[in-house]
Ligand binder design. Structure first.
Ligand SMILES: NC(=O)c1ccc[n+]([C@@H]2O[C@H](COP(=O)([O-])OP(=O)(O)OC[C@H]3O[C@@H](n4cnc5c(N)ncnc54)[C@H](OP(=O)(O)O)[C@@H]3O)[C@@H](O)[C@H]2O)c1
Length: 275
């Protein structure tokens, strides 16, 4: 079996890449874009370049594809170009595992179920590029493919397989190490998921025939403040230094304060326990 991870040098992708390579003798290939590559053996590839993408894909011809690329403000390009190239190359036998986000929910109020309606943000919203690209990507995948899994995640945290922390926890420990206060919003509720739990679910999905849309993460819904306070404690710091942040920010407009996810469905098909 051959598995290909696009974005194998990223935070999530590198965990999945290292995990799969160390767990099996299957052929696992991965791509990166910017130097330096975070693991050995990765191929440099811009997924938005049709010719090099096509050459790479035809050469590798994977049985399972994991799409772990992300490009914040250029996310639209990744959907309109990269993902479209991929979809034109996939055969019905090839399984696509696509990592999506709770950003696809901009209507209503969490906790959301898998079947709740996704919706786009107004074009002039700060997060519209990322959020709307994810909404569009999910539509493309659901309309064009049948052999796919879409995994929707809230904030992903923790140390990954190659020792990298998410940006938020990194900022937390940077402040607390030097006894400096730091604040996080208490009015924004999310479902957090540990990067290694997500990688473990992806590993299972590579080897089973489960398809469909699934929410991943802990059943506990927490505010950034509550969650980061517990992280501070877990890391052995003084959690009193974690304070409640101010509640009104312009970028919040149009985004529900609670974008937490109901994660029951994934438990029916996966043995992974979300911490
Ligand atoms: N992090 C979170 O909290 C979070 C939450 C929900 C969902 N997600 C989803 O999880 C997935 C992985 O996110 P992440 O946090 O691991 O992101 P990340 O650390 O930023 O990694 C993204 C990867 O995409 C690659 N990439 C970007 N543009 C590319 C292009 N044009 N061609 C080829 N590769 C390209 C980057 O390559 P280089 O590093 O080599 O430049 C990098 O390896 C994404 O789909 C994201 O939307 C993340």
């Amino acid at each position: 079996m051959k598995v290909c991870i696009f974005g194998a040098s990223g935070y999530v992708g590198s965990s999945v890449y290292v995990r799969l390579r160390s767990a099996s003798s299957d052929d696992v290939v991965g791509t990166y874009l910017d130097e330096p590559a975070m693991s050995e053996g990765l191929y440099k590839l811009d997924v938005n370049e049709p010719e090099s993408f096509s050459n790479f894909y035809k050469e590798e011809n994977p049985d399972v594809v994991i799409w772990a690329v992300m490009s914040g403000p250029n996310e639209h390009k990744l959907t309109d170009q990269g993902l479209m190239h991929l979809i034109t190359h996939l055969t019905p036998e090839t399984k696509l595992i696509y990592i999506s986000s709770d950003f696809v929910f901009s209507d209503g109020k969490g906790p959301y179920r898998e079947e709740d309606r996704t919706s786009a943000l107004p074009e002039d919203h700060t997060f519209s590029n990322y959020a709307n690209a994810k909404v569009k990507a999910e539509h493309f995948i659901e309309n064009e493919l049948s052999n796919f899994v879409i995994l929707r995640a809230g904030p992903i945290y923790g140390e990954n397989r190659i020792g990298k922390l998410d940006e938020r926890t990194d900022r937390l420990s940077y402040h607390l190490r030097s006894d400096r206060k730091i604040d996080f919003r208490n009015d924004l509720t999310r479902s957090f998921v540990h990067v290694e739990d997500l990688a473990a679910v992806i590993e299972e999905l590579v080897y089973n025939d489960v398809t469909g849309v699934y929410h991943v993460g802990s059943e506990r819904r927490q505010s950034f403040y509550t969650f980061m306070k517990s992280m501070a404690k877990q890391m052995g710091y003084d959690d009193q230094l974690v304070e409640k942040g101010s509640e009104e920010e312009k970028v919040d407009a149009e985004i529900p304060k609670d974008t937490s996810l109901i994660t029951k469905k994934i438990k029916e098909v996966s043995d992974v326990t979300f911490r």
